[in-house]
Design a binder for this molecule. Sequence first.
Ligand SMILES: O=C(Oc1cc(O)cc(O)c1C(=O)O)c1ccc(O)c(O)c1
Length: 185
Amino acid sequence: MTIEYATRYRQASHIPSEPGKPYFIEKGEGDRAHLFGDLITIYAGGEQTENTFNFFTVEGPKGDLIPAHLHPDTHEVFYVTQGAVRLFVEDTEGNQQEKLLTPGDFGFVPKNCPHAYRMERYHSQVVGVAAGPGGTFERFFENLGAPAEQLGLPHQPVVPEPHKFAVVPERYDVRFLPGHQWQTR
Ligand SMILES: O=C(Oc1cc(O)cc(O)c1C(=O)O)c1ccc(O)c(O)c1
């Protein structure tokens, strides 16, 4: 058992909101959110790190595609721990690459680089760390999607209402790029 706190995000969270406090979180027991087919679990965010970095996992079903987007002020890490994830990325000169990442493989996406990814095995998992000049963006997932109590993937995809797409991504430094084409392979 670990300690539970009431925070601005959850009535019961294992993440203490005041900075400077050491803590532990057991597997899967971070603040959970569902977005599309994904389960996102936050273990640390800007409140704990003076806005310097966050730490979260993203799990999704086979075939789950996160469409092209970029973050003007956020660098991102993709470290695959389960399954297989195909990461597509374009540098700021327009050069595109794609790579199938399997457990232990790592991808880095600097700020301003369009990227997308697709889960290629059942229940793939990526460890994410994301931060940049604009801070951290971990509460994007529960604001565009929904906070979740359950430990597993959503039973039905959580598809945000159009009005949320109009305001939430921008607030968290996410810009979706409709119509973006990948010419890799
Ligand atoms: O942010 C990450 O993934 C996402 C997951 C979603 O369900 C919706 C999204 O819009 C995104 C997104 O990329 O914007 C993500 C995933 C894995 C990782 O290592 C990261 O650094 C970020």
